[in-house]
Design a protein around this ligand. Structure first.
Ligand code: FDA
Length: 305
C-alpha cells in the first residue's frame, strides 16, 4: 500500500516541487545521486574505481516529450563517454540508458537512432551500454531495439525484471554467447496480470532466472542487494564453474556499500550504478518505495530537521 502511494507520488509535479524546495532534502538526494553535473559523475566514478569497483552511469531523466529533449540527453551521454575515456575511466565505467529519455514514448525510431549513436560512442571509448528497463508497456519495444542495436554493437546489454511473468522466457532468449543481461527484481508498480505481486514469488522467479543466465553462455549481471540472492548467485557461480570475470554483481550507489566492499574482497567483480543529473525525482521515489525505512530519514529532511 505504502509502496503504491510513493510510486504514485513519483508522477506528481506538486510533490516534486515540495521535495525540491525543502531545506535538507539535498543531503537525502546526495545519498543516492552523485550530483547534478557531469563533473559530479566523474568525481564519484573516480572514487569508486579507486576503491576497486566498476561503475555504470545513468544520466537521470525519463519520459522525454520532445525530440530536442531526447537529443540533449543523447548529447550528454556522448560528452560523458568522451570525458570517461579522457580521464582513463573506461572500460571500468560504462553507461546505462533509459530509452524513454531518448524519445521511445513518442518515436521509437528516434530512440533507436539516439541509442545507436551512444553505442557507437561507447565502442569508440572502449566501453559498453546497458539499456535500463522501465514499466512493462515498454518491454517489447526495448527488447526489439536491443536486437537491432546488437546487430552493430553486440556488447549492448539489457535489464530484465524478475517480477514480470515473461522474464524466465526472456532469460532463455538472452542467455546466449555475447549477451549481457542485468537481472533485477523490478521497481515499477505493475498489475497482477503481468507481474508477480508477493516478495516471495518475485524472489523465486529471480532464482529461476539467475540459474538460466548462469547456466547459459552469456555474461550475467546480478543486480540485487538481497543477501540471500547474492549467496545463491555465488553458489550458482560454483555450480557452473564461472570465474569472477564471467559474471558480476551490481548494486545501486549509496546502498549496502559494505556488501559491495565484501564482495570485492572475495574477488568478485562489483559494479555500482551511479545516477547523476537534475532529473532525480522519479529515481529517488523508486528508492523510497523499495525501502519504507528510508522514509523516516526523508521525512526529517523534508521538515528541515
Ligand atoms: P530488496 O528490495 O528485497 O532489498 C534487499 C535489501 O537491500 C534490503 O533489505 C535493504 O537492506 C537493501 N535495499 C534495497 N533497496 C534499498 C533502498 N532503496 N534503500 C536502502 N536499502 C535498500 N529496476 C527496474 O525496474 N529497472 C531497471 O532498469 C533497474 N536497474 C537496476 C540496476 C541496478 C544495478 C540495480 C542494483 C537495481 C536496478 N533496479 C532496476 C532496481 C531493482 O529492480 C530493485 O527495485 C532494487 O534493486 C531493490 O531490489 P533488491 O534486489 O535489492 O531487493
Amino acid at each position: 500500500m505504502l509502496r503504491t502511494v510513493i510510486l504514485a507520488a513519483a508522477r506528481s509535479s506538486r510533490c516534486e516541487r515540495l521535495v525540491a524546495t525543502a531545506p535538507l532534502t539535498r543531503n537525502m538526494v546526495r545519498r543516492f545521486v552523485a550530483g547534478p553535473r557531469t563533473e559530479d559523475a566523474l568525481r564519484v566514478t573516480r572514487a569508486l574505481v579507486d576503491d576497486g569497483l566498476t561503475v555504470t552511469l545513468d544520466n537521470l531523466g525519463e519520459d522525454t516529450v520532445t525530440p530536442e529533449q531526447a537529443s540533449a540527453v543523447r548529447d550528454e551521454y556522448l560528452g560523458l563517454l568522451e570525458s570517461l575515456a579522457a580521464d582513463g575511466l573506461t572500460p571500468a565505467a560504462e553507461v546505462s540508458v533509459k530509452l524513454s529519455a531518448l524519445g521511445q514514448t513518442f518515436d521509437e525510431q528516434l530512440a533507436y537512432d539516439n541509442a545507436r549513436a551512444i553505442c557507437a560512442a561507447a565502442e569508440a571509448s572502449g566501453t559498453t551500454v546497458t539499456l535500463d528497463m522501465e514499466d512493462h508497456t515498454t518491454t517489447d519495444s526495448t527488447l526489439d531495439i536491443l536486437v537491432k542495436l546488437r546487430a552493430d554493437h553486440p556488447s549492448t546489454g539489457a535489464v530484465l525484471q524478475a517480477y514480470l511473468r515473461r522474464t524466465e522466457s526472456d532469460c532463455r532468449q538472452l542467455a546466449g554467447a555475447g549477451s549481457r543481461v542485468r537481472l533485477c527484481k523490478g521497481a515499477y508498480r505493475e498489475p497482477e496480470s503481468v507481474a508477480y505481486q508477493s516478495a516471495r514469488d518475485v524472489d523465486r522467479s529471480y532464482v529461476r532466472c539467475l540459474t538460466i543466465l548462469m547456466a547459459g553462455a552469456g555474461y550475467p549481471m546480478l543486480a540485487t542487494h538481497d543477501p540471500r540472492l547474492i549467496a545463491i548467485g555465488e553458489d550458482r557461480a560454483r555450480w557452473f564453474d564461472r570465474g569472477p570475470d564471467q559474471f558480476e554483481f551490481q548494486m545501486l550507489y549509496g546502498i549496502r556499500s559494505a556488501d559491495q566492499a565484501r564482495l570485492i574482497g572475495d574477488g568478485y567483480t562489483v559494479r555500482t550504478y551511479v545516477p547523476y543529473g537534475n532529473e532525480w525525482f522519479g529515481y529517488l521515489m523508486r528508492r523510497l518505495a523499495e525501502r519504507p525505512a528510508n522514509l523516516g530519514f526523508f521525512a526529517h529532511a523534508l521538515m528541515g530537521r
